[in-house]
Design a binder for this molecule. Structure first.
Ligand code: PMP
Length: 351
């Protein structure tokens, strides 16, 4: 039996998704979902007719959504790639731009899927340590020979580079593709999308999972120069041309149109983030300066495991991080103000 299986695949350590409990209801602050439902327009759009049309394949070109994204960003259709979650766009980017032997460079503390994609395709990894206080430093990303992947804001720290800093990285690696993963950019970060028209080596990836409340629909996209986008399309047409289903395409197009709802939710989450950080600090926690829809926090007298476990027993689910350089941190998704009040109450009990 083992003769049929590739050795390197067996050594691959797959990505472990955050807990998605199906047995009981938690205040779920562990996987950075939105606490708000998709816009009312999205709920209306997913109607009986749309369901009846599921007998038909989805549009492999994702034409309607692509046109809406192109219009939003002032780019051409050839500059947009639509994916099944941004994970898929990132996966394809690793396969497209880093399997030629050059390898990939990313931070030692960043999104946990990057090492998995690298492992999947046997891509050599150059890790760039974060600075003190988990800061990403531009100087560490200049003149690299590998494909560069940066989550901006970074996860799980929430710290962000400015657009000008991203531009320095792009200019500093003229021979390498730079992929900027902007999953959390809508919560106070600076997007690099507007730079994509000027640099042949910049690809920006975004998602509908967080700020547009569509994590369960699985929808992401990439914006970049036509040549880079064509590579992603080539992989899509070689693997799964109908990569995004009909309901999701419809929901995404509508979510993009409902701009006021999106902006209000982002504003609300940023306001709740500031409030929660302040209250956590009053309880003795220190928090990073997060530009994402989560807080990254540590308490001097409580282990990250104790916070996680104690909260879970009290019906609140958060993430616990412990690694070589991250000791005793918790990542807490910003929920509604009411959810945060309960979180803070439960933490007070624990302390
Ligand atoms: N990038 C980062 C940094 C993330 O944290 C996530 C969410 N886990 C993703 C990408 C992928 O999100 P999705 O596939 O839901 O678009």
């Amino acid at each position: 039996m083992s003769d049929y299986l590739s050795g390197s695949l067996r050594r691959l350590r797959p990505y472990t998704p955050g807990e998605q409990p199906q047995d009981r209801t938690y205040i779920k602050l562990n996987t950075n979902e939105s606490p708000y439902p998709p816009s009312p327009g999205v709920l209306d759009a997913l109607n009986r007719q749309e369901a009846a049309d599921l007998r038909l394949y989805s549009d492999p070109e994702a034409g309607e959504l692509k046109a809406a994204l192109a219009a939003r960003y002032g780019v051409g259709l050839e500059n947009v790639f639509v994916s099944n979650g941004s994970d898929e766009a990132l996966n394809f980017a690793f396969l497209a731009y880093a399997t030629d032997g050059r390898g990939v460079a990313f931070a030692d503390i960043t999104y946990g899927f990057y090492p998995v994609f690298a492992g999947l395709y046997d891509i050599p990894v150059h890790t760039v340590p974060l600075r003190e206080d988990f800061r990403l430093a531009v100087e560490d990303y200049l003149g690299l020979h590998q494909t560069v992947v940066i989550a901006n804001p970074n996860a799980p720290t929430g710290l962000a580079l400015t657009r000008a800093e991203v531009e320095q990285v792009v200019q500093g690696n003229p021979d390498a593709v730079v992929v900027i993963d902007e999953a959390y950019v809508d919560f106070g970060g600076e997007s690099a999308v507007e730079l994509t028209g000027r640099y042949p080596n910049l690809l920006v990836v975004q998602t509908f999972s967080k700020s547009r409340s569509l994590a369960g629909a699985r929808l992401g996209y990439a914006i970049g120069p036509a040549e880079l986008i064509a590579d992603l399309e080539r992989i899509k047409y070689a693997t799964n041309p109908y990569n995004v289903n009909r309901l999701t395409l419809r929901a995404g197009t509508q979510a993009l149109a409902d701009r006021a709802y999106f902006e209000e939710n982002c504003r609300q989450i940023m306001q709740t983030r500031a409030y929660t950080a302040r209250r956590l600090e009053e309880l003795g926690f220190s928090c990073t300066d997060s530009r994402a829809n989560f807080l990254f926090a540590r308490h001097p007298h409580l282990s990250g495991q104790a916070v996680y476990q104690g909260l879970k027993e009290r019906g609140v689910l958060v993430r616990h991080f412990d690694g070589a350089r991250i000791v005793d941190y918790n990542r807490i998704t910003v929920g509604t103000r009411d959810q945060m009040e309960i979180l803070l109450q439960r933490l007070e009990e624990l302390l």
